[in-house]
Ligand binder design. Structure first.
Ligand SMILES: O=C[C@H](O)COP(=O)(O)O
Length: 329
């Protein structure tokens, strides 16, 4: 690391110790996990119509959604200039006049998420903001590069200043029911992250069954994942409500048994404000208010912020402002 990079790293805000110390692999627990697909799909189908976020309160919830976004660019044509623009947006996700109209002084996104090569540019652009940089590592998105290179990539991203590492698991371990291999892989990734938080991307669209999703979620938590994340955004099926129900219920079960709170990150294809509201109400219903903060909930999204901003503008321009003022007290 260059001296300048080392100095930048030293100036970064203090990151809390990873919250999940993990535990030994409990095969009885893993094998005992079931997922009733039709019941989950029935329940998921009711979620978009639920009214747990009242219309009059939606602007406040949308502001909360912004604070939980991992603002993402993960494209082959990413440039440092694009990342710098993204970081400027991360610092000021909503125009100051709009924010003022909504009665808020300061709002940032939860993190900026980039490929390893863009970490240094993002760290520099976010300096002093308190916004962490998340790096997708371990041969994202397929996770099929040699194991030692995947570990080395984590180390490089941490050295460059990433405070959060989004790893991808080997789908073949899940598809072959090789839970010990999945545990060992996740455990090694966790160790390589050091003080950085680690999010385990399951790539649920490639895991075959909801039961596999439930088991993989548990194994990754046992091996020390601080967050579990649905998707890379590159699979043909990314975040869905049925998968989210399965994963948040695994988080709930892990919390009930261990007392440890694991975060949840749906990612891929979430681009509408109304979808963000559905996810927030799912978190509230299934896990409670504690999981509505950025330390335990993130959206992995590249285009969600734009739609939320449009909805907020619409809101401020008239329709529900009386209700919003009431909701904000
Ligand atoms: O992890 C985040 C995803 O790659 C973002 O996916 P998206 O571009 O569909 O929002």
């Amino acid at each position: 690391m260059t001296t300048a990079a080392a100095e930048r790293t030293a100036q970064l805000p203090q990151v809390a110790e990873p919250r999940n110390p993990g535990m030994d692999l409990d095969m009885d627990w893993v094998r005992g996990v079931q997922a009733n697909t039709s019941a989950i799909e029935r329940r998921a189908a009711t979620l978009p119509g639920r009214r747990s976020v009242k219309k009059a309160h939606q602007a406040a919830w949308l502001l909360r959604a912004i604070s939980c976004i991992d603002l993402t660019t993960l494209s082959g044509d990413d440039t440092e200039a694009r990342v710098r623009r993204l970081c400027a947006k991360a610092r000021q996700p909503v125009a100051p006049a709009l924010l003022e109209a909504l009665g808020m002084e300061r709002l940032t996104v939860g993190a900026v998420c980039v490929y390893h090569d863009m970490v240094a540019a993002a760290v520099e652009a976010l300096e002093g903001s308190g916004i962490p940089v998340a790096a997708v590592s371990t041969g994202f998105p397929a996770g099929l590069s040699p194991f030692h290179l995947r570990l080395a990539e984590i180390g490089e991203s941490v050295k460059a200043g990433a405070q959060e590492i989004d790893i991808v698991i080997s789908r073949r371990h899940v598809l072959g029911g090789n839970w010990q291999a999945l545990y060992d892989e996740m455990h090694a990734f966790r160790a390589a992250c050091g003080a950085a938080h680690v999010k385990a991307i399951l790539a649920t669209g490639e895991l075959g069954t909801l039961r596999n999703v439930a088991r993989a979620s548990l194994v990754c938590m046992m091996a020390g994942a601080d967050f579990i994340k649905t998707s890379t955004g590159k699979e043909s099926v990314n975040a869905t409500l049925p998968v989210s129900l399965v994963m948040v219920r695994a988080i709930r079960e892990y919390h009930e048994r261990t007392g440890i709170r694991i975060g949840y990150k749906p990612a891929g294809g979430i681009s509408k404000a109304k979808d963000a509201l559905v996810y927030l109400s799912l978190m509230k219903d299934e896990l409670g208010d504690r999981w509505l903060r950025p330390d335990l909930f993130r959206f992995g999204a590249s285009s969600l912020l734009g739609d939320i901003e449009r909805q907020l503008e619409h809101y401020v321009s008239g329709a529900y402002s009386a209700g919003y003022r009431h909701a904000m007290g």
